[in-house]
Design a protein around this ligand. Structure first.
Ligand code: NAD
Length: 481
């Protein structure tokens, strides 16, 4: 069994007596242990980040750009190793390359944003400066174990902040390797610190810490609400990226079967464990048969199995506990009277040792059912009929979440008009891909704040107004550039 240290403070890995066993969800076997930190290690990490802040926040844009480029260069050759690691610790198949390619794109994009960003602007005789906010706590979930943390790191470093990271205790290995990569790339001691541990101990200690200026949190809405409460005691800035129950409205002029096929691919990617998953598919009542044909055809193409096999397209749930939770929702759907189109509680053949759940699609789902309202975070899709466009928009918006929305239509004007009515932070028309420069974040209980692009950089900046400098009188050297 391998062992990894999980506490990195001031450029040094600290051994820890407390350990957590990591279990391969594809076969239920423990394969590694990780050293855990607690309140003491969290305090040491925050102190190191605070000490490093003064100097790092005064680095020039060119220096930080160089650092981001070195990180990208050190990261790229490690992508295969990281993909294998994600497969082992969370079960996401190695074929899901975006899990490891995404972070590289985001390190590069953060560099582009940094290079073009104006840290000083003018309002009359006032200079408006944007300055690094300070020490940031970066808390990430297990489902995109590298990307969620890498995005935060990339923009925090671009801004000139120092960080203390806490990945999910269920999937810490990607974050550990990422930290080693940043260290190898020359990130100065104390600028990036890592404490693996539970949310209740390490996460809350970071959130409550008076020397932490910002918490950037990605995870469940429940934990995000707790982070908001704890952070309020010290009035720190909180950026929350939370859960979703996103709707895909297929308008009657769309190719319904094709849209349904796309929905299966997108919703069941990462075995449904993605915050943006279109987990509600809204189909015109009269076109339901076409949708079901497309669904069954696409579900038939899914290859469940060992996430290390390159031909596998769907792996297990991340843990046995999460597997139980997803199966409880399938049972609820059956009890609520939804029609089972495919999947169900039966374990997939030959895979009963792992936490595998069959891709499951329910039809005739109504807005009052739990499977239509709650985030299941597994391969479970709710197909909901609608009679007219207004009703479709109403159903889509009738959710406490507002992370993403999807629209399929042959007519871009109609698609855009419906997209404008959706209360969601990102809307995808006809399955368009996202790009790394665009903002990401949610409306309503899907969070506040935005990550990525200029919007992501600005999350990590404070704003200062400096009065009394006319254009002519100002010959001051900029502190930022
Ligand atoms: P989670 O909320 O259980 O945990 C997320 C992180 O928060 C972990 O590191 C955990 O240890 C920590 N944590 C838990 N309680 C805490 C507390 N009281 N204080 C501080 N930290 C605490 O979520 P998860 O199960 O790891 O991830 C799945 C959830 O994340 C889903 O709801 C999903 O939608 C959401 N998610 C959202 C986005 C997004 O960008 N909006 C992206 C990925 C995942």
């Amino acid at each position: 069994m391998r062992h990894y240290e999980g506490v990195f403070v001031d450029g040094v890995w600290r051994p820890s007596e407390r350990r957590r066993e990591l279990v391969d969800p594809s076969n239920g076997r423990p394969f590694a242990t990780v050293g855990l930190g607690g309140a003491e290690e969290t305090n040491a990490a925050v102190a190191a980040a605070r000490r490093a802040f003064q100097e790092f926040s005064e680095t020039t844009v060119a220096e930080r750009l160089d650092l981001l480029n070195r990180i990208a260069a050190a990261y790229e050759p490690r992508m295969d190793e990281l993909a294998d690691m994600i497969a082992e610790e969370m079960g996401s198949p190695v074929s899901a390359r975006v899990q490891v390619e995404g972070p590289l794109a985001h390190f590069r994009q953060a560099g582009k944003v940094l290079e073009a960003y104006d840290f000083e602007t003018r309002i009359g005789e006032t200079i408006v400066r944007r300055e690094a906010i300070g020490v940031c706590a970066l808390i990430s979930p297990w489902n995109w174990p590298i990307q969620t943390l890498a995005v935060k790191m990339a923009y925090a470093l671009a801004a000139g902040c120092t960080v203390v990271c806490k990945p999910s205790e269920a999937t810490p290995l990607g974050a550990i390797v990422l930290t080693r990569i940043l260290h190898d790339a020359g990130v100065p001691a104390g600028v990036v610190n890592l404490v693996v541990g539970s949310g209740r101990t390490v996460g809350e200690a970071m959130t409550a810490h008076p020397d932490v200026d910002l918490v950037s949190f990605t995870g469940s809405t429940e934990a995000g609400a707790r982070v908001g409460q704890v952070a309020a005691q010290t009035i720190k800035r909180v950026s929350l990226e939370l859960g979703g129950k996103s709707a895909n409205i297929v308008l009657p002029d769309a190719d319904v079967a094709q849209a349904a096929r796309w929905n299966i691919q997108r919703c069941f990617f990462n075995a449904g464990q993605s915050c943006h998953a279109p987990s509600r598919l809204l189909v015109p009542r009269t076109r339901m048969e076409e949708a079901i044909d497309g669904i069954l055809d696409e579900v038939g193409r899914i290859r469940m199995g060992d996430p290390r096999d390159p031909s596998t397209t769907m792996g297990p749930m991340v843990t046995k506990a999460h597997y139980d939770s997803v199966r409880r929702y399938i049972r609820t759907g059956l009890e609520e009277g939804a029609t089972l189109i495919c999947g169900g509680l039966e374990p997939p053949e030959g895979l009963s040792d792992g936490a595998y759940v069959r891709p499951t699609v329910f039809g005739d789902v109504t807005p009052d059912m739990a499977i239509a309202r709650e985030e299941i975070f597994g391969p479970v899709l709710a197909v909901m009929p609608y009679d007219d466009e207004d009703e479709a928009v109403e159903i889509a918006n009738e959710s406490p979440f507002g992370l993403a929305g999807y629209v399929f239509s042959a007519d871009p004007e109609r698609g855009y008009a419906v997209g404008r009515r959706l209360r969601a932070g990102r809307v995808f028309y006809n399955g368009a891909p996202a790009n790394a420069a665009s903002p990401m974040g949610g409306y309503k209980q899907s969070g506040n704040g935005r990550e990525m692009g200029i919007f992501g950089l600005e999350e990590y900046l404070e704003t200062k107004a400096v009065f009394g400098f006319s254009e002519r009188s100002r010959a001051l050297p900029s502190l930022v550039r």
